[in-house]
Design a protein around this ligand. Sequence first.
Ligand code: AMP
Length: 291
Amino acid sequence: MQIARTISDLRAARQQMRGQVGVVPTMGALHAGHLALAQAAREENDYVITTIFVNPTQFSPDEDLDAYPRDLEGDLTKLEAAGVDLVFTPTPELMYPAGFQTYVNVEFITRLLEGVHRPTHFRGVTTVVTKLFNLTQPDIAYFGQKDAQQVAVIRRMVKDLNFPLKIAVCPTVREPDGLAMSSRNVYLSASERKAATILIRALETAADAYDEGIRDGETLEQIMRQVVMTEPLGEMDYVSVVDARTLERPHPNSPMLASLAVRFGRARLIDNRLLPAHLNTREGLDSTLGV
Ligand code: AMP
């Protein structure tokens, strides 16, 4: 496995790759969710590139940029075992040198859901993802359902700016009790960790209600809200049920995205499920979310 720390090393390594290239962008502190993306990329491409970069522009000043977990040595061991060919590990100075002033912004859907609570977040994501796409030139780029709105935003950007690549979406990987794996789960105390299953419990209650025939978005949101409110350690940022393609008001006969964000101390956790439940697969996500 090669490691590129500079842009010229990355470009040289990329130029050697003759065949289909899959890219998995990450912020490191890798867990089984990230590795599922790497594994899918390994199965579907001739070459796999993973990027590890804790991107400062997607954190607001009051967020956890400095505290964000970092474990480069451990990450490299895991990626080598996953059969990754090339890892790009740039520094913030390399990605945002003095004088940097160009940003990519997707307008409307970045202001919904997460965008209400993190108004500058997606501009940082789309800017860094654009740079990573330009640098690594993937045929397929792999993203996780865990960040469903991010998938919708990046798919919009890829379409709008004519990036010659495909976005693949892999289902959320969970702990045995249903908590979505996240690098931020390390922030949870033992009691918060137990309480954090409230997110999946709220989503499953909404999925059950959907299965029983409830199709009204506000009713489904109210059902989720009632579950979250039973957990005193969690502070709800939002619960939401929207159309899975547009992230706007849901239609009774179209796939829906149920999602929520709940804070536990300094950990802000997000999770989501597509409704109906059978869409929470690689194929269902690929054909439904944000397209
Ligand atoms: P991050 O390092 O948190 O920026 O995540 C990098 C990629 O891994 C993103 O596309 C995430 O959506 C994806 N990801 C993070 N957690 C999970 C998970 N539990 N299951 C599947 N994908 C995930």
